[in-house]
Design a protein around this ligand. Structure first.
Ligand code: ZN
Length: 214
């Protein structure tokens, strides 16, 4: 029988902290199955890591935020995380859960991931500066000091003109070809400078509509 208990004595606390650091480092090396150049950590998908003492070993629970609900790569990701974390000494079990709260948004992507996405031929999502609309009449303002949710600062359905930099030639003379790319998190753009189509990560978590530049 496996007995879980809070991590009690000083030596098991130290051991748990060591395991946490090794798990973090391991996750830095697990690439997104669709964009192996970028790790799950860099994409901001790692929400929480819990180290739970189980008998004289540890169980690792990892909560990941899917970049898009129904992303078909989730099973691959789960297996890859388990395969990477399981060999860490002291770990007897790895549990990977996909959680939907908080919701993953593109602003969780670390700055270090942006050049890697570009090098992979995918334009990173825009850093949106969105105007604050007047709150809807039936919408209570957020309590003082509480961060407003992202969607509260964007007019729902607002049109955003976005011309991502072409990952091939760096030109910003780009146009949206098709909002629906090969995966649900990407759109297809066309570079008018080097005449190549390319993919760009959509801004997610902000209910905006990408606009075609004339
Ligand atoms: Zn180009």
């Amino acid at each position: 029988m496996t007995v879980d208990r809070p991590i009690g004595n000083a030596s098991s606390k130290r051991e748990a902290e060591k395991i946490r650091r090794l798990v973090e480092r391991a996750l830095d090396n697990v690439g997104d199955p669709e964009m192996p150049a970028v790790s799950l950590s860099e994409l901001g998908m790692v929400h929480e890591i819990r180290i739970v003492e189980a008998d004289r070993s540890f169980r690792v629970e990892i909560d990941l935020l899917p970049t898009f609900v129904g992303c078909p790569a989730l099973e691959l990701m789960r297996r890859e995380v388990e395969r990477t974390v399981r060999p860490i000494p002291g770990v007897v079990q790895v549990e990977v859960r996909f959680v939907s709260h908080p919701r993953w948004t593109t602003d969780r992507i670390r700055p270090s991931a942006r050049p890697k996405l570009e090098a992979y031929g995918i334009a990173p999502p825009p850093c949106l500066t969105v105007r604050s609309p007047a709150p809807a009449p039936d919408e209570a303002p957020p309590p003082n000091g509480a961060p407003a949710p992202a969607e509260a600062t964007v007019a729902v359905g607002a049109s955003v003109e976005w011309n991502p930099r072409c990952p091939y030639c760096g030109s910003e003379d780009t146009i949206l070809e098709n909002p629906f790319g090969p995966t649900s998190c990407r759109s297809i753009f066309y570079c008018r400078s080097c005449l190549n189509p390319f993919e760009a990560m959509k801004p997610l978590g902000v209910p905006v509509v990408l606009q075609r530049r004339p």
